[in-house]
Design a protein around this ligand. Structure first.
Ligand SMILES: NC(=O)c1ccc[n+]([C@@H]2O[C@H](COP(=O)([O-])OP(=O)(O)OC[C@H]3O[C@@H](n4cnc5c(N)ncnc54)[C@H](O)[C@@H]3O)[C@@H](O)[C@H]2O)c1
Length: 260
């Protein structure tokens, strides 16, 4: 087992990519703290597994994230790994995105990475650790109508590189994964959790990244599965990636390989 004896916090761990990561990390021997706003689903996922703990968390709140890390350390004695999957997809161009929606997307998706690392890094400094954040190919290339979302994901790369350098001497590694189109309920979950923010002039309740299943296509041309991203997170979180830090791993089939 690749994560035996490790404790991992997985934000957004109740659904989609985070849920697949929770399941794989538990199978690989980790103790897992599922940190999510979706209490019903998160509690059900953790139930009956003594290595799983659900902590109701809003990653946009300083106090909530501080409480998450405090409860993790109290319960499991420390924290070795963070996989930051919690995020929302809210559409809009720069002109159609009002300041409140811009701020909300930046706060939930990017401010949360600062917030979690601010709390967790002091607990990793003596022992080392690994932080993996789920960014997006939309942080690397432009798709119309996703201004704030793209900015929130692109900002992750700068922060990841910065922390990789600042905490290399503590053997804490920081990496990003950039998925392409992955079959999850991101758009639906965003609509449920952010009803006041998804409605805007250019917004759609539908996530631009939520794919239509196309099982007849060759595998590398289809939408990805949450497990495809979770397996990449497992590698980056594990000791197998001990010499990898400050990087962005693209997991998108061949989506961004072609110019056409
Ligand atoms: N699905 C895709 O195609 C795709 C592509 C690229 C990047 N991503 C990124 O992957 C990550 C996971 O997305 P997903 O597709 O699994 O979505 P999802 O909606 O299935 O899961 C997101 C989870 O985050 C939780 N969450 C949302 N806001 C939260 C908050 N403020 N505090 C705590 N938890 C919160 C939700 O409850 C949910 O469980 C996101 O950061 C997303 O931007 C997804």
């Amino acid at each position: 087992m690749r994560l035996q004896g490790k404790t991992a916090i997985i934000t957004g761990g109740a659904n989609g990519i985070g849920r697949a990561t929770t399941e794989i990390f538990l199978r690989e021997g980790a103790s897992v703290v599922i940190a999510d706003r979706d209490t019903e689903t998160g509690l059900a996922l953790a139930q009956g597994d003594e290595r799983a703990l659900f902590v109701a968390t809003d990653v946009s709140s300083d106090a909530s994230v501080a409480e998450l890390v405090r409860r993790t350390v109290d319960h499991f004695g420390g924290v070795d790994i963070v996989v930051h999957c919690a995020g929302v997809a809210i559409a809009g161009t720069v002109t159609s995105t009002e300041p409140e929606r811009w701020q909300r997307v930046l706060d939930v998706n990017l401010g949360s990475l600062y917030r979690i690392c601010h709390e967790v890094v002091p607990h990793m400094q003596a022992t080392g650790g690994s932080v993996v954040t789920i960014a997006s190919v939309q942080g690397m290339f432009g798709w119309p109508n996703w201004a704030a979302y793209a900015a929130s994901k692109a900002g992750m790369f700068g922060l990841i590189r910065q922390m990789a350098v600042e905490y290399a001497s503590d053997t804490i590694r920081f990496n990003a994964i950039s998925p392409g189109a992955i079959a999850t309920q991101l758009g639906a979950n965003t609509s449920r959790l952010e009803p006041g923010f998804v409605q805007g002039p250019d917004s759609t309740a539908q996530d631009g990244e939520t794919p239509t299943p196309a099982a007849t296509k060759p595998r590398l041309l289809q939408s990805g599965k949450p497990e495809d991203i979770a397996q990449a997170a497992l590698f980056l979180a594990s000791d197998e990636a001990a010499y990898i830090s400050g990087q962005n791993l693209v997991v998108d089939g061949v989506l961004t390989c072609s110019a056409t």
